[in-house]
Design a protein around this ligand. Structure first.
Ligand SMILES: CCCCCCCCCCCCC[C@H](O)CC(=O)SCCNC(=O)CCNC(=O)[C@H](O)C(C)(C)COP(=O)(O)OP(=O)(O)OC[C@H]1O[C@@H](n2cnc3c(N)ncnc32)[C@H](O)[C@@H]1OP(=O)(O)O
Length: 719
């Protein structure tokens, strides 16, 4: 909807009204068409101002409409009518002007922005391009290089940068609408021809071909299979080389391809999934909207290894006072230096002052007596963590939330060591904790809804994609990773190479295949876990029986490499070789290949040809299958939780929407059929046994992913 008022006698003020972000729904577009028409036909009106209600100009096209039959007036002619108006139209931009919102503003003759406003064309992150003339008007206004940067990255710019680039004409710290009305009065009667961006040629650019080639190469490299960034470059190229009308035609063609692509669906699903995970719920029925978080002003971190340092930085950057505790003096001094460096570099990048004074260092756990929340990040050892939790329970003021950053231990067991288990939750950060977006908030059966709400709110404040999950071995992310990695090991035994497996996964869109990733994180990490599980045996046994442990197929390949001291990048040898320890460029390792040959010979395994499809099906479907188990167990509340975890923490390509969305796209029946096929070939591999939920979903007609929640509830109630 759009509301119309006449203000200052001769200014028509149009206010977009569609909370929460004034998205351009059919009703809003109709409202704009009607009110613009009214303003232009009113002889008392000399100029027009368009603004949005509640401090936000416009968040763009209504993304929810994309999934349905679109009705109402189309955007392009609506914006064209504004640009062609014979009275000046001024956009008063507060909050955000994004996507179609900025395209609407670019159709206006002038743009006034509040100093805190953000502007951008983020369509690329939804698998689209700015298709309401944005790809054609922006390069004409600010030049090709700057427009390419904004459109291919989708980044939001501040009002100050927008002014510098020439996107807005004026920035105000005061009432934006009042400033725009004043401005509109001052320009009434002036010629509008120079203000109609679509009539301008693109500013001249030397070596246009070379520029586009360079940008296209860069974009292809970073897109990892995503098609929208490439279409964005093509659309801007059309703006630079074709007359406006033909450029618009090209924009439309490119948009039509993107609009109907699976990638756009996947990316738009991710947009809504990231918001849906904030509406968490627990099996007890506790929910985000009925659980009030406690305020957290002061926090503490116990243990300043890699994780503790990153968590301290992330907390301090949020503006919290942090007590950072490390009992060993030398480690404390090293940590202090490292944390200060990270804070300084982060502040420099963001153009703010480093929050160095926000962190107080101590060797004494008593220093945390008055904090609101503690995050324990000591070594992964249950006895050590138990001791720390007992100390914290004695030291902290009543009501302090006790969080563990464990990635593998039982949160409920730790909770049971404290007098107030309801105050205990897991906050599972990912390394480096001040950079990685993901946070798993792990609740045990006794965690209070308030504790979960507090950790979730803190995670949001820290800018993390925070997902509430139940307590189980590996939580959600690492639990699903286990079958994925095991399948990759089995593929090596059967004849694949690390290069082949990694190439298949990287072509799928992962930034790193499983073996390059394992070299980066260290082979010894998994070795330690397998030893703890009693799976590691001396490497001399041979034959099939040596590869069945605890009743299931087991590959000792990773253990054998560790016995050789091959821990990955840090030792310069792993699944690949590196120029020196710590170096990052993975190279083919002839030793590894003869080692694999000797291993297969020792175990009577005959190498066979394995193709990319088998790699993808076995690794990804095993991971997805575990995702179904997790849903069935109630560890994740819905597929969105799993998908956000994988996209934001495990490198799952965003344009494929996350593992559960991918399964939905491939077709549940097909995933089930392939799992059954591989399970028949490898009966000693339990993780290839299709989950009962997957079977039940297929049996109930494979409902689309947004209906899984209902289907799961129904299927459970039938049990
Ligand atoms: C057959 C072939 C046909 C081919 C041709 C088809 C042509 C179709 C014509 C299209 C013309 C193209 C027009 C344009 O170029 C395309 C676009 O504009 S796409 C949209 C671009 N905009 C964005 O990407 C902005 C998205 N939003 C945000 O970034 C943020 O929401 C915000 C605006 C910065 C506000 O942030 P916050 O304050 O943190 O709030 P939330 O993010 O939590 O959002 C609150 C709430 O609002 C929902 N929402 C936000 N934006 C939109 C939107 N644009 N449409 C719909 N809904 C939106 C969001 O989901 C939250 O709701 P919840 O999910 O929590 O219920």
């Amino acid at each position: 909807m759009a509301e119309y008022n006449r203000v200052s006698e001769c200014v028509g003020l149009i206010t977009l009204r569609n909370p929460p972000v004034n998205a351009l729904s059919a009703a809003v577009r109709q409202g704009i068409v009607d009110t613009v028409q009214r303003a232009l036909s009113d002889p008392n009106v000399k100029s027009v101002v368009i603004c949005g209600q509640n401090g936000i100009f416009c968040g763009g096209a209504d993304i929810k409409e994309f999934g349905s039959n679109m009705t109402g007036p189309p955007l392009i002619p609506m914006i064209h009518a504004i640009e062609s108006a014979n009275k000046p139209v001024v956009a008063a931009i507060e909050g955000s002007a994004l996507g179609g919102g900025l395209e609407l503003a670019l159709g206006c003759h002038y743009r006034i922005a509040h100093s805190k406003a953000r502007l951008g064309l983020p369509e690329v992150s939804l698998g689209l391009l700015p298709a309401a003339g944005g790809s054609q008007r922006l390069p004409r206004l600010i030049g090709v290089p700057a427009a390419l940067n904004l459109i291919t990255t989708g980044r939001h710019v501040t009002a100050a940068e927008a002014l510098q680039l020439g996107i807005v004409d004026q920035v105000t710290d005061h009432n934006t609408v009042a400033a725009a009305v004043k401005f509109a009065l001052s320009v009434a009667g002036r010629s509008l021809d120079p203000r109609r961006i679509s009539t301008h040629p693109c500013p001249q650019q030397p070596d246009l071909d070379a520029l586009f080639e360079e940008v296209m190469q860069k974009v292809r490299q970073s897109a990892r299979g995503a098609i929208a960034p490439i279409a964005c470059v093509q659309a801007v190229r059309a703006a630079a080389t074709l007359p406006y009308a033909q450029g618009m035609e090209r924009e439309r063609e490119l948009m039509a391809t993107l609009f109907t692509s699976g990638q756009a669906r996947a990316l738009q699903y991710c947009f809504f999934a990231e918001r849906a995970v904030g509406r968490w719920r627990m099996p007890s029925g506790a929910r985000w909207d009925t659980s009030k978080p406690r305020p957290v002003h002061k926090a503490a971190v116990i243990g300043l290894g890699t994780m503790g340092r990153g968590i301290t930085v992330a907390l301090a950057q949020t503006g919290l006072s942090v007590i950072a505790v490390e009992t060993q003096e030398k480690q404390l001094m090293e940590a202090k230096q490292a944390i200060s460096g990270m804070l300084e570099r982060g502040a420099k990048r963001r153009g703010v002052a480093p929050a160095l004074d926000g962190v107080i260092y101590s060797q004494n756990i008593q220093a945390v007596a008055d904090v609101d929340l503690v995050i324990e990040a000591v070594f992964e050892d249950i006895a050590l963590k138990t001791k720390v939790f007992q100390q914290l329970s004695a030291v902290c003021k009543p009501g302090t939330l006790l969080c563990t950053n464990t990635s593998a231990l039982d949160v409920d067991q730790l909770a049971s060591e404290t007098p107030n288990p309801e105050l205990v939750v897991g906050m599972h950060f990912f390394a480096p904790a001040h950079v990685m977006k993901l946070l798993e908030v792990v609740y045990g059966p006794r965690s209070s809804p308030q504790a979960v709400a507090t950790a979730m709110q803190l995670g949001k404040k820290m800018g993390k994609a925070s997902v509430a999950v139940g307590n189980c071995r590996g939580f959600v992310g690492n639990r699903m990773l286990k079958p994925y990695i095991e399948e990759a090991f089995f593929l090596l035994e059967e004849g694949a190479t690390p290069e082949l497996v990694d190439q298949a996964l990287e072509e799928f869109g992962f930034p790193m295949g499983v073996f390059r990733m394992s070299d980066l994180s260290g082979l010894d990490v998994g070795w330690r876990v397998r030893k703890g599980d009693g799976l590691v045996e001396p490497g001399t046994a041979s034959g099939r029986s040596a590869r069945i442990r605890q009743g299931r197929r087991y590959s000792p390949l990773g253990d054998l490499l560790c016995e050789e001291g091959h821990f990955g990048q840090k030792t310069g040898r792993g699944w690949y070789q590196y120029d020196k320890p710590g170096s990052r460029v993975a190279r083919f390792d002839p030793w590894l290949h003869s080692f694999l040959g000797a291993y297969r010979a020792q175990h009577g395994l005959v190498a066979r040809r394995i193709d990319h499809q088998e790699v993808l099906e076995r690794c990804l479907y095993a991971l997805i299958n575990e995702g179904f188990h997790i849903l069935d167990d109630g560890i994740a509340a819905g597929p969105e939780d799993i998908d956000v975890i994988y996209v934001s923490g495990y490198g799952w390509p965003r344009h494929r929407g996350g593992p559960m969305f991918y399964a939905n796209m491939v077709g549940l029946a097909k995933v089930l059929e392939r799992l059954e096929h591989y399970q028949q070939l490898h009966p000693e591999v339990p993780h290839l046994q299709p989950s009962s939920l997957l079977r039940r979903l297929v049996a109930s007609g494979s409902p689309p992913i947004h209906k899984w929640g209902e289907a799961i509830k129904k299927l459970h109630s039938q049990l």
